[in-house]
Design a protein around this ligand. Sequence first.
Ligand SMILES: [Zn+2]
Length: 280
Amino acid sequence: MTDNRKFVSEIVPPEVRSESAWWFVFQESKLLVEKGPSGVNLPYLIHITELGLAPLREHYLGRLDHRPCYAVEVAEGTIPPAGMAFDGLRQVYGRLDEDLFWIAARAVQIIDWDRTHQFCGRCGVPLRAKTAERVKECPQCGLLHFPRLAPAIIVLVERGNELLLARSRHFIPGMYSVLAGFVEPGESLEEAVVREVKEEVGIEIKDIKYFGSQPWPFPHSLMIGFTATYASREISLNDEEIEDAGWFTIDKLPRIPGKISIARKLIDGFLAKQESVHED
Ligand SMILES: [Zn+2]
């Protein structure tokens, strides 16, 4: 879903620092951006210390169009350089170049993993980063600590010319979306889709088809999208998280998620299919 076509992930940084690089600078989960007249940009420098910033940690990410990319974290309370600000990733979406945005979504997860995996969870000794792989190893027991990823399914259920949308208590007022939930240990993605739909709205589905996937860095999910067809039963809300759900036609849609999300791509896919049916 996200086309980092021009981005090549790498682990081992260039030996000599002589070329300008993109710098993804985080303070907690906020990204340092330079405010421009028509959006925001990122620092593009040989080293971030040129801006007077002192990184707590630094990770080489790879190259975008052959240009090196680095993720760094700066201390809480660091004052942004003149003309710059620390902004949340959601606020940055649509204002920053899309390729840079999705690299920022990687960067924030790698920084978070590094910050939260300093010690072995089994024996408590400091971990050692491997040089050729994105993993930390315990020097005492050998346990490997990879960056965390939580797979979650997201599914658009259709019934003729209607789609199923539901409203979580945590959504902004009036907004509805397709159903989503985390995959449980031991479960296949398809089993997770069937279970989530049944748990959240009580219906049975069929024809589960893969749609696409999207990293979701809030904080470390991987969304795996599916479409499915309604099979049987009436909607019944059993999950306290869901406060309303219903069948909607495309001419009477409620407020739906923004273009950043795979939820919106699923809904847009359904709209495009319905519109082509109308034209025939
Ligand atoms: Zn250990």
